[in-house]
Design a binder for this molecule. Structure first.
Ligand SMILES: C[S@@+](CC[C@H](N)C(=O)[O-])C[C@H]1O[C@@H](n2cnc3c(N)ncnc32)[C@H](O)[C@@H]1O
Length: 404
């Protein structure tokens, strides 16, 4: 990387750290302050009707303080791990969107690393893990199987695959997720070491004040914990099985000549890494990932490109196309016939395929469906005590890369 892109990268990282560090202040200004102002603005008579409110505000403020302390600890220790200054004054400022993403990370902790999230995980991670165990019953073979999990989030499914003996590589590109997953996977000493109030940023469909102020502990399982399966298989070097590759999936695993080739950074090391990944993987597991694509054709081509012939791709998820509501454009650079370059600006949204069209596309790109189930109900980051819950009807499939 050149000096300029080093600076830009460091700014992106430290703006995320600033958002972690300032998460408490953000919760205060977006939630506590409006509540306080509204209560204070009520007439004395109406205040009496909500006589419990001042105590609620106090408890809300204390819960924010606790979240703040935790997220500041995470921010500072992450700065140390990532080799940037540990003094927040030196960090780039956070954008509003960074704070909202930290709030998403809080929901993601609930999903991936708490006892509360277990039922949700069992549906999706459980489906993929169950299928892998069935397809690869020979435990001795598993450490030789190179498996990739694009969009690995906070790394729970990655850890569970490692615990089953698979050689597993996580791939994630947002620093929000990377910061938190790194913290959990590397800093945790014991189960349920940390306490978090995950519902402060949510005021809709709350069944009781207690539930909104509730705390949860995480991680429900410590990454250092040895499972029964691990004890039964002491010949496997589990500690060698996990790795994490940070960056965009297409940049790291895409084939040459993608239409959305601007995904490729100019970084030489990345280009080398990308070329080494051709036909290198035995398994790719995507969970709630496909619909993050700006160009789904590119994602499918990348999955096909880096699987070995006969390699398998397991997918679980809905089609909540992430860019559908985005009104920005992306620059596409292509070559004219004379070799000169042509830039074109196109909307990020627009290639949101239906399920049926997506399946046809998978076939056309060279995947053979070995298993396909539809309508599997699943939640995402759901609060089971909430009065409202969104359920996706997910697709699950296992495809094999065809030999053609
Ligand atoms: C909806 S989340 C799913 C996380 C996890 N797989 C799960 O099921 O809980 C999608 C994840 O993909 C990541 N992601 C999105 N686009 C990506 C890309 N191009 N390369 C790598 N990761 C990406 C996001 O940052 C996010 O963590």
């Amino acid at each position: 990387m050149d000096a300029q892109s080093d600076i830009e990268e460091s700014n992106v990282l430290t703006s995320v750290l600033s958002a972690f560090y300032g998460y408490g202040d953000w919760l205060r200004s977006t939630h506590l302050t409006p509540k306080t102002i509204r209560y204070d603005s009520l007439s004395a008579e109406d205040q009496k009707l909500l006589a419990w409110f001042p105590e609620y505000l106090q408890r809300f403020a204390k819960a924010i303080d606790a979240n703040e302390k935790l997220f500041q600890e995470i921010a500072v220790s992450s700065a140390e791990n990532f080799g940037v200054p540990i003094d927040p004054i030196a960090w780039h400022h956070a954008l509003e969107s960074d704070f909202a993403k930290v709030d998403n990370v809080v929901s993601q902790i609930l999903r991936e690393w708490t006892e509360d999230g277990k039922a949700e995980r069992d549906v999706c991670f459980g489906k993929i893990l169950g299928e892998l165990q069935e397809r690869f019953p020979n435990v001795e073979e598993r450490p030789q199987l190179k498996c990739l999990l694009p969009g690995t989030g906070l790394g729970r499914m990655l850890l569970e695959m490692v615990r089953l003996g698979f050689l597993s590589i996580g791939n994630e590109y947002t620093y929000h997720m990377i910061t938190m997953s790194f913290f959990i996977l590397n800093n945790v000493q014991r189960p349920n070491q940390y306490t978090l109030h995950p519902f402060l940023g949510k005021s809709k469909n709350v069944s009781s004040r207690e539930n909104q102020l509730k705390s949860v502990t995480f991680p429900d399982s410590s990454p250092h914990e040895r499972t029964k399966f691990m004890e039964q298989n002491p010949q496997i070097e589990f500690s060698d099985l996990m790795s994490m590759v940070t960056g965009s999936f297409l940049d790291l695993y895409g084939p040459p000549g993608l239409s959305f080739s601007n995904e490729y950074t100019a970084n030489i090391e990345t280009a080398e890494f990308r070329s080494q990944n051709k036909s290198s993987l035995d398994v790719i597991a995507t969970c709630f990932f496909l619909d993050t694509a700006i160009n789904i054709i590119d994602y499918l081509k990348a999955i096909h490109h880096c699987l070995k012939p006969n390699g398998i791709w397991l997918n679980f998820g809905p089609l909540l196309w992430h860019w559908e509501d985005d009104n920005t454009t992306i620059k596409l650079t292509s070559q004219n016939r004379d070799g000169s370059q042509k830039d074109e600006y196109v909307p990020t949204k627009g290639l949101e395929l239906s399920r049926d069209d997506l399946i046809q596309l998978c076939n056309d790109i060279g995947f053979v469906f070995e298993k396909h189930e539809s309508g599997l109900e699943a939640t995402y980051g759901s609060d089971r005590r909430s009065l409202g819950e969104f359920r996706y009807k997910c697709e699950f499939w296992v495809c094999r890369k065809s030999q053609k």
